[in-house]
Design a binder for this molecule. Structure first.
Ligand code: UGA
Length: 454
């Protein structure tokens, strides 16, 4: 079976590489020649753990190819997976389907008999059926199937998520599309992955519902974190306790600066807009969006306020990617934070292990540094925005020694509350009391007292 993937973004590339790992012959297509040349040379244009070695191994076996020739790649394929970008439209919150329809129109004249077109892009309910009708109209009499197969990959662990998913969703309108899709995912079925066969609309809506629910969990715990700050409670303890209820689950209950990335912000807005149009308003989703949008700016203001007289001060921003293990800065809360800091007349120095290339283009006025200690030089505060492991492992004594003032603002709660305080930092985190250097001394004293029976 020959499979062609249209689009080599995160979804398309990971899908192509992993399906070739299943043993299929895969051709990945992209219009961007530079990207295709990079891929042909065995390099990945995106940072995604594990992708490059898998790409090279499958290309070396002769079952993974890259081309800019959509027509040829479509003509030779039994299955065509459409995985192009479906961004938010410029005029509103709706999802922009132009690129997806353009890709469908480009492959349609070249579809062979019994081809299966799989829509992997995130599209609002009803779209895949429209694709079906569009191809039917353009190619009357052609036997073909269309499938909706949404993805649930997380950037940073996309390969692992593809190879060990919680479920695979296959939305179909006929038996043939189902059979072919089940054949592709057989390696996963054999390892007991639930493969859910659904209608086209069920598949489409379950993708939006999943992302919106996860985003809602995050906005929920972020508001609970605000409450913890007002009451002396600790949000980490609270989410631990709440998450132990198996009906709730402990995932996506980490409070932070708000969710970002290419998916949650876009998909929640699209679902809310679609709900309004369809006469089924999604009020919880609307609230989720509102909480997240305002949060990024509130958190940024919290940093400015912590500096006292902020103008002219220096802040080191550590991490700008929207989360760890990716070089993606799309909708990263760090961007809102950089905007507010710069607008407040603060000098910003910044570091990120992977995302600096993209971020430095957007923020040339920021001093970009190769390591966190350089970024912290003479800073009045360091702000941890992304939960990179390299930031968890910071040598706090060394960090403090290069700074002008020992103030740490940790928006991901990556440190234990009293740890930085032990090294003399004032430590502000999310949903927990501020820890002052004296707090840790006090704790050491009481420990000493306990040890001597006091
Ligand atoms: C998300 C979903 O998790 C995937 O299942 C889905 O396939 C993907 O969107 C998509 O639609 O393509 P992704 O955006 O890569 O994946 O990243 P997540 O790990 O979900 O994180 C999203 C944001 O939420 C990040 O900014 C992250 O820092 C934040 N987050 C996550 C929290 O603030 N707290 C948490 O507990 C979890």
């Amino acid at each position: 079976m020959k499979i062609t993937i249209i689009g080599t973004g995160y979804v398309g590339l990971v899908t192509g590489v992993c399906i070739s790992e299943f043993g299929f012959d895969v051709t990945c297509v992209d219009r961007n020649e530079e990207k295709i040349q990079t891929l042909q040379s065995g390099k990945s244009p995106i940072y995604e753990p594990g992708i490059e070695s898998m790409l090279q191994a499958n290309a070396a076996q002769g079952r993974l190819h890259f081309t800019t020739d959509t027509a040829k790649a479509a003509a030779g394929a039994d299955v065509i997976v459409v995985a192009v970008d479906t961004p938010t439209s410029k005029s509103g919150d709706q999802v922009e389907l132009g690129q997806m329809y353009a890709a469908v129109d480009e492959i349609t004249p070249n579809l062979r008999e019994n081809a299966v077109v799989i829509i992997k892009c995130t599209v609002v309910p009803g779209t895949t059926r429209k694709v079906l009708e569009r191809i039917r109209k353009a190619r009357p009499g052609l036997k073909f199937s269309v499938v909706s197969n949404p993805e649930f990959l997380r950037e940073g662990s996309a390969i692992e998520d593809f190879m060990n998913p919680d479920r695979v969703v296959i939305g179909v309108h006929d038996h043939y599309g189902r059979e072919v899709s089940e054949h592709i995912y057989r390696p996963l079925a054999l390892q007991s992955t639930p493969i859910r066969i659904a209608s086209l609309e069920d598949a489409e809506i379950s993708k939006y519902a999943s992302n919106a629910f996860l985003a809602m969990k995050i906005s929920f715990i972020n508001e609970i974190a605000d409450l913890c700050e007002q009451t002396g409670a600790n949000v980490i303890e609270v989410s631990d306790i709440v998450g132990l209820d198996t009906r709730i689950g402990d995932q996506f209950l980490r409070a932070g600066p708000g969710y970002g990335g290419a998916c949650f912000p876009k998909d929640t807005k699209a679902l809310a807009a679609f709900g309004r149009e369809a006469g089924a308003p999604q009020r919880l989703v609307e609230a989720t969006i509102e909480v997240n949008e305002s949060r990024k700016y509130r958190i940024a203001q919290k940093i400015v306020d912590a500096l006292g007289e902020a103008k002219g001060k220096t802040v080191a921003v550590l991490g700008v990617a929207f989360k760890a293990n990716t070089d993606d800065i799309r909708e990263s809360p760090a961007l809102a934070i950089l905007d507010v800091l710069l607008k407040s007349g603060i000098k910003v120095r910044a570091f990120d292990p992977q995302a600096m290339r993209a971020a430095s283009k957007l923020y040339p006025q920021v001093t970009w540094c190769d390591d966190p200690y350089k970024a912290a030089e003479n800073a009045n505060a360091v702000v941890i925005v992304t939960d990179w492991n390299v930031l968890r492992a910071l040598e706090l004594m060394r960090l403090k020694s290069v700074m002008a003032e020992p103030l740490m603002i940790d928006l991901r709660n990556i440190h234990r509350r009293r740890e930085p305080a032990k090294f003399g930092f004032t430590y502000i985190s999310i949903g927990r009391d501020v820890a002052e250097p004296a707090d840790s001394e006090h704790e050491a004293d009481t420990r000493h007292l306990r040890a001597i029976g006091g």
